[in-house]
Ligand binder design. Structure first.
Ligand SMILES: Cc1cc2nc3c(=O)[nH]c(=O)nc-3n(C[C@H](O)[C@H](O)[C@H](O)COP(=O)(O)O)c2cc1C
Length: 413
């Protein structure tokens, strides 16, 4: 039913439902209210407005009982909530509650509270307040601001809360995973472009201690394509992650082999080393389907996403051992032949020449040698673009050189 004062014929439910498709971060706007008591409210309608002068805005409801106190104080502090501050958000969205109970805070220059554990804060003086329907538009001039110790913000979407990446990606207790997520930000555009251009799923994987973690994906997974999920942690054992270990020092290669089997016969270890040599020489990686590989991938799907059990990891190691080095990095790909391709991967290097991320195209079908070459060119081009964005370099390049291998243009979608 249309609201009586709406000329375009929609009701408030529809308005909220449609606008709810837009995600926001969450801030708590605080001030010192009358009587010296702190006041605050959860706000999603926050935006930066101007750099010169530094202005930002938020939109309080005329029905808010906290806003009059903020208004009277003449200043406010915007606190950007971190991913684990959902309870703080709920407290500050509840009318009449003792919102600051059990919360640590300190005064900003204006006196307005800076809440403990926030991602960032901005201390402001109120510049203007305008009416806008059932809300006000409050413009604040920033007097001081700072990024906090936490990095991942809380997000609000369709009545629910989440993190910037899927929940399984962001383990706040793992600072090294946060670094991988920063890399993913640089890679996301290229991943989306390559998966759209080729209509395949693209996964980004990185190592975190003795595990390989799928840190991002783009494109739709299709039946028979990838069997791993974003956030999936897998034991970093051969033949997984050849690109991630190929340029590492011998001790890291040995650790990779030992993880599969500390008593691995030297002859077998030699086969894996040859495989790495081929990857280094070519600069990319390919794996082909086989019955053993299907069993290995099935074991991967059994892994609990964030904390696999020792039994699940053993099943992965056992099936990985049966895959062995066969079907990985086949030496000569003939143009006229077809190959049952599982994935084709390219390395992303940082400024130290370390492979910090691996992009894998999940193909899951037979491809001719020419098709494999095209997939290789596409994934190498995407990887080179991301490497350049990270100011990275190939380990064989001198640290000062910034040249990248010339690669054919990927069709832009
Ligand atoms: C995620 C989220 C975003 C919100 N955004 C706003 C907003 O932009 N403006 C607003 O007036 N209220 C917003 N609210 C609601 C207020 O936080 C809430 O109505 C208010 O704090 C109620 O208490 P008060 O009467 O003490 O102000 C939001 C609530 C949540 C949970």
């Amino acid at each position: 039913m249309a609201a009586s004062n709406s000329p375009v014929g929609f009701d408030s439910v529809r308005f909220r439902r449609v606008l709810g498709r837009f995600p926001t971060g969450v801030v708590v706007v605080t001030a010192i209210g009358s009587g010296g008591r702190p006041a605050g409210m959860a706000v999603g309608s926050f935006t930066s407005v101007s750099l010169v002068p530094p202005l930002l805005a938020f939109f309080p409801d005329k029905g808010s009982s906290s806003f009059p106190q903020i208004r009277a104080s003449g200043s406010f502090c915007v606190n950007v909530l971190s991913a684990d501050q959902e309870p703080v958000c709920r407290a500050f969205a509840t009318k009449g509650a003792d919102k600051f109970a059990g919360l640590g805070w300190r005064p900003a220059g204006s006196g307005s509270p800076i809440l403990d554990g926030v991602v960032a804060w901005m201390d402001c003086d109120i510049e203007t307040i305008d009416r806008a329907g059932d809300h006000f538009i409050v413009l604040g001039r920033v007097r001081d601001l700072q990024a906090g110790p936490a990095e991942l913000p809380l997000l609000f979407f369709q009545g629910g809360y989440g993190h910037f990446s899927s929940l399984s990606l962001s383990a706040p207790a793992e600072p090294d995973l946060l670094e991988q997520l920063r890399l993913v930000d640089a890679a996301r555009g290229e991943m989306e472009r390559v998966s759209a251009a080729l209509d395949v799923e693209c996964l980004a994987a990185a190592t975190v201690r003795d595990q390989v973690v799928i840190v991002a994906s783009s494109g739709e997974p299709r039946a028979g394509q990838s069997t791993t999920r974003v956030g999936q942690r897998m034991p970093f054992v051969p033949p997984l992650g050849t690109l991630l270990v190929a340029w590492e020092p011998p001790a890291a290669v040995q650790a990779w082999l030992d993880r599969l089997d500390p008593k691995l016969p030297e002859r077998d270890a030699g086969h894996y080393r040859q495989l790495l040599e081929r990857v280094r020489r070519r600069g990319w990686s390919i794996s082909l389907a086989s019955a053993e590989r299907i069993a290995f991938e099935a074991a991967l799907t059994q892994l609990s996403v964030q904390s696999p059990t020792p039994e699940q990891e053993k099943a992965v190691r056992d099936t990985a051992g049966r895959v062995g080095w066969l079907g990985h990095e086949p030496d000569d790909l003939a143009a006229g032949q077809t190959y049952p391709v599982r994935n084709v991967s390219g390395p992303i290097f940082n400024s130290d020449g370390r492979c910090v991320l691996m992009l894998s195209l999940f193909v899951g079908r037979r491809c001719t040698g020419e098709e494999v070459e095209h997939l290789r060119d596409c994934v190498l081009q995407a990887s080179a673009v991301v490497t350049a964005a990270l100011s990275g370099r190939h380990p064989d390049e001198r640290p000062t050189s910034r040249t990248t291998q010339a690669l054919p243009d990927l069709p832009r979608s």
